[in-house]
Design a protein around this ligand. Structure first.
Ligand code: NAD
Length: 491
């Protein structure tokens, strides 16, 4: 396991020798002590990235793409190690890291490796005699700040398009879950990435993170994390007029209409909220269900949720692991208390599992609470296996509840009525809507939100635009310039 910072093509200790401890959420035992990057280490990484940027940015796009494709292959070949590492670091069941997170990580690098030489500029039809062509130009050094909930996947979402577009990267993974990003840096070095192109500097937000935001040589900061810190990042970046991309919190609405296929909706809703212990910005954290089918749905849904196997994430049969830290578990549990004081009815869970084998870990049972849609638990991001339930009688009411929060990230709806499906999708305040499914992602499909969920997009062509600046170049081919000052036309 790599435990140092990755700067300028090699693993190094932090300049002042600082370290930080990383814990296994299954029992909160010490998993690793790693070098802690601080301000001076970010500066070192930026210097390396700045030096590497001209050769990386001017390399033939197909050659950049080829290296990124090699990294995708290396990640795929490393699936056994990487999926276990990610599982132990985050608490995410190995069944999911192996079958979803690591394959999706490889797929994202592959998609953008292929994109490198296909993302092209344009020619603008301007006036006769001129050629105006627009070239997507790399920004230079980009700073990327990643949260702890899907660290391996988010490393690819941020790194792959930035690299494909010709930028060099200084990434700060979350201090809680830094291991998979370091492993990816190691694999990148093995497949031949030039020194300085990729730098991974784990550290705390207030030191290493803040330095990324402040550093004058970083052209853009791409941040995924909480809305509160996102606001701080945007304020800090304003000082140096840095570009900012913000992927922030969410409070996903999942609407089940009376004509829905109930079995499919029950299954999709369970995945939507309980996958990764609900620690997903797009989690289906609010079930908004038609009153005529609520009892039938809830009976089936509670039974399915109660049957989810909560346990050691290393066990391949585990379906739900621990939350990533004890502090976060306590925060999620505080919302159960809060819900009860607000008149909520706990339909399932709301506590740690009774299994003594899980007593040391940050576990919570799948939790379902019926509560008013204007309660705190129904409006604030809980970020755990905690779903609130609300009923509606008309389509308008369903939309009103769905759109009553400040967030606008992901949302789902279940219906067999085509017109209702498209109309609701159009009117939901969300950057992503899933009809008769939930939480689908693909490297080609733009990912991001609006309102308190931030701005900008990961993935697809949108991500390439995030990491390039369009440069318009005008050429006078054979135009006669008009005499701007006619009195001096002949000198
Ligand atoms: P967080 O905001 O506490 O931390 C995110 C990252 O920012 C970490 O690397 C942290 O070290 C760093 N950071 C903290 N303070 C900083 C500062 N002052 N300057 C610069 N960096 C700083 O969030 P978290 O608790 O790690 O992650 C959970 C949050 O992330 C949730 O709100 C979730 O919804 C959100 N999230 C959003 C998306 C999305 O795509 N929209 C995806 C996943 C998670």
């Amino acid at each position: 396991m790599q435990t140092q910072l990755f700067i300028d093509g090699e693993f190094v200790d932090s300049l002042d020798g600082s370290t930080l401890d990383v814990h296994d959420p299954h029992d909160n035992s010490l998993l690793a002590t790693i070098a802690e990057g601080r301000e001076a280490d970010i500066d070192r990484a930026v210097t390396a990235a700045k030096r590497a940027k001209s050769s990386w940015g001017s390399m033939a796009a197909a050659d950049r793409g080829r290296l990124i494709l090699k990294l995708a292959d290396a990640i795929e070949d490393d699936v056994d190690y990487l999926s276990l590492l990610e599982s132990r670091d985050t608490g995410h069941p190995v069944r999911d890291t192996r079958n979803l997170d690591v394959p999706r990580t490889a797929a994202t690098f592959r998609y953008f490796g292929g994109m490198a030489d296909k993302f092209q500029g344009s020619v603008v039809p301007v006036e006769q005699g001129f050629l105006d062509y627009v070239v997507p130009t790399p920004l230079g050094v980009v700073g990327q700040i990643v949260p702890w909930n899907f660290p391996v996947m988010f490393t690819s979402w941020k790194m792959a398009p930035a690299l494909a577009a010709g930028n060099t990267v200084v990434m700060k993974p979350a201090e809680i879950t830094p291991l998979s990003a370091l492993r990816i840096a190691e694999l990148a070095a093995e497949v031949g990435f030039p020194a300085g192109v990729i730098n991974v500097v784990p550290g705390y937000g207030a030191t290493a993170g803040q330095r990324i935001v402040d550093h004058p040589d970083i052209a853009k900061v791409s941040f995924t994390g909480s809305t509160a810190v996102g606001r701080q990042v945007a304020r800090g970046a304003a000082e140096s007029l840095k570009q900012v991309h913000l992927e922030l919190g969410g409070k996903g609405a999942n609407i089940v209409f009376p004509d829905a296929n109930i079995i499919a909706a029950v299954n999709g809703t369970a995945f939507g909220i309980f996958h990764n212990q609900g620690q997903a910005c797009i989690a289906a954290s609010r079930l908004i269900i038609h009153e005529s089918i609520a009892e039938e749905f809830l009976e089936k849904f509670v039974a399915l949720a109660a049957s989810i196997k909560v346990g050691d994430p290393k066990d391949p049969s585990t379906e739900m692991g621990p939350l990533t830290t004890p502090m976060h578990r306590d925060r999620v549990l505080s919302y159960v208390e809060q819900s009860i004081t607000e008149g909520g009815e706990v339909l399932l869970g709301g506590r740690a599992p009774s299994n003594p084998a899980l007593a040391l870990g940050s576990y919570i049972e799948p939790t379902i609470v019926r509560i008013s849609s204007d309660s705190r638990a129904a409006c604030e991001e809980v970020f755990g296996p905690f779903m609130t339930v609300h009923t509606f009688s008309t389509d308008e009411q369903a939309l009103e509840i769905a759109n009553s929060v400040d967030y606008g990230l992901g949302g789902g709806l279940w219906t067999r009525d085509l017109s209702r499906a498209h109309k609701t999708a159009r009117e939901l305040n969300a950057g992503m809507v899933w009809i008769n499914s939930y939480k689908r992602v693909n490297p080609g499909s733009p990912f991001g939100g609006m309102g308190s969920s931030g701005y900008g997009r990961e993935m697809g062509f949108e991500a390439m635009r995030e990491y390039t600046e369009p440069k318009a170049i005008w050429v006078n081919v054979d135009a006669q310039l008009p005499p701007f000052y006619p009195r001096n036309a002949n000198g």
